[in-house]
Design a protein around this ligand. Structure first.
Ligand code: UQ1
Length: 457
């Protein structure tokens, strides 16, 4: 599958000096090093999957099981694979960080070859991707599954504030900070608790408000709710994008005395004074300062820079330009995308990636066989909106923002059953079914349960 090429042949710029070995069987298949010369590798594969997150891992499993050993390469630099939907529960002290990850080697399929490097340059006209180790990977088909990058540094003062020992600023979005949220929570005795949602698309758009409900319940359980003011400042014009669920969430905020300010965007953290600066997006340039005793910040996010710099692959919003139904790239027929980096207008969640996976798989195979693409993604996404330490509203909807619910119960109500599903059942489903490529979203369950709810889709 891979051939070593000597220096001098056209290749990528070498960006890392350290040797990095590729594949599950590393280091035996690693690149050759000598004192005088570095040899870069050239890999060839049927399918290159860039990213070993939820979508990349599930797709690598499906594809490698169908195509056979070493036909699929996964390009992924990280050692750990995190189950990110658990981060909110970690922030609330309901789970520990160790419960949220496995090693990448454990979750990537054995039939795929793992190149433990980062994608640095995409060249879709030549069907190649260059890696951080200076290698070139040539593919027949490319699946972009990079996910999003967190951009804490885009808000002046935020990255520094998060690093302050025993500080007041926290964030569930990064494994580096998720446990710190519960630490800040336990240190907080009163004052203004401020929560944010940035002015960019984010993964799991429900998470910024789930942590608000959990924190509110935390203080209520302690009998100290009257000591804190709770404010959720969101850059969005709405509390939640799907009216059916927004109509359920607004009364919850009202009943629990949570102030919600829409179109309010965090632009600076002055941590020396414990002041967060927000811009009113309805009146650009108009700033207001809010003093905090706890600030929960959600970073702006984007597709990785290495991907966005390949303009030919991206849409004007900075996401991979794929067809909303087939998930095939609109200009490169051998390129597909899955998950958060895709430009499809669905909510960016693991559940969406699960529902996309059979569509991408079957359409990719059809494209390989020169057949028409017949599978269609309907925009399904799901968001278990945890509303405290024992309740959850399970939002499920499609591109049209119409509810597309699985269970034969009113899902816009807070339920203990949905909380248990989110906390205990979903992680199992994720590790045991989704990552090995066997979970295609709840479409089949929805059809089965549909027998009990004739009025619903
Ligand atoms: C889901 O498919 C999924 O992906 C694995 C999640 O992410 C972990 C979810 O949270 C949910 C709710 C779903 C949808 C599954 C069912 C059974 C409704």
């Amino acid at each position: 599958m891979s051939s070593r090429i000597p220096l001098g042949i056209r290749q990528c710029n070498r960006l890392l000096a350290a040797p990095i070995y590729s594949s599950n069987e590393a280091p035996s298949q690693g690149r050759l090093f000598s004192t005088s010369q570095v040899h870069y590798e050239r890999h060839d594969c049927k399918v290159l999957v860039v990213g070993g997150g939820s979508g990349g891992c599930a797709m690598a499993a499906k594809l490698s099981s169908h195509l056979g050993k070493d036909k699929v390469i996964v390009l992924e630099p990280e050692d750990r694979h995190y189950y990110q939907p658990m981060f909110t529960l970690i922030g609330g002290g309901m789970k520990r960080l160790e419960q949220s990850y496995k090693t990448m080697a454990e979750v990537l399929p054995k039939k795929a070859k793992w190149v433990k490097e980062k994608a640095m340059e995409f060249d879709p006209d030549n069907n190649t991707v260059c890696t951080s180790g200076g290698d070139t990977i040539k593919y027949d088909f490319l699946l972009i599954a990079t996910g999003l990058q967190l951009k804490y540094e885009k808000i002046p003062g935020l990255a520094e504030a998060l690093e302050i020992p025993n500080g007041k600023v926290c964030s569930i979005y990064s494994p580096k900070y998720a446990e710190g949220v519960y630490d800040v929570l336990r240190r907080t005795t009163g004052g203004n608790l401020i929560f944010t949602f940035p002015d960019s698309p984010v993964k799991c758009p429900g998470a910024p408000q789930k942590i608000v409900y959990i924190v509110e319940h935390y203080f209520r359980k302690l009998g100290k709710r009257d000591k804190v003011n709770i404010t959720y400042n969101t850059a969005l014009p709405v509390l939640f994008g799907v009216k059916h669920y927004a109509d359920a969430l607004w009364p919850i905020c009202k009943k629990r005395n949570i102030t919600v300010n829409t179109r309010r965007n965090l632009v600076e953290v002055r941590h020396a004074e414990d002041i967060a600066v927000f811009e009113d997006l309805e009146n650009p340039g108009q700033l207001c300062e809010e003093k905090y005793s706890l600030l929960h910040a959600v970073p702006p996010m984007s597709a990785p820079d290495e991907l966005t710099k390949c303009r030919k692959l991206m849409n004007t919003a900075g996401f991979v330009d794929v067809n909303n139904s087939t998930l095939q790239h609109v200009r490169y027929s051998n390129v597909f995308a899955i998950g958060d980096s895709s430009g499809t207008p669905n909510s960016k969640t693991a559940a969406a990636a699960a529902a996309q996976s059979p569509v991408v798989f079957r359409n990719m195979i059809a494209a390989m066989e020169g057949k028409p693409l017949t599978e269609v993604y309907d925009g399904y996404a799901s968001c278990p909106l945890v509303t405290g330490y024992s309740t959850c509203i399970l939002a499920e909807f499609d591109y049209s923002l119409t509810p597309l619910e699985t269970f034969p119960v009113a899902q816009n109500k807070e339920r203990y059953s949905m909380f248990i599903m989110k906390k205990d059942f979903m992680p199992l489903l994720y590790w045991k079914l989704m990552l090995p490529g066997h979970w295609n979203g709840p479409g089949l369950m929805r059809k089965l349960f549909g027998v009990f709810k004739p009025n619903k889709k």
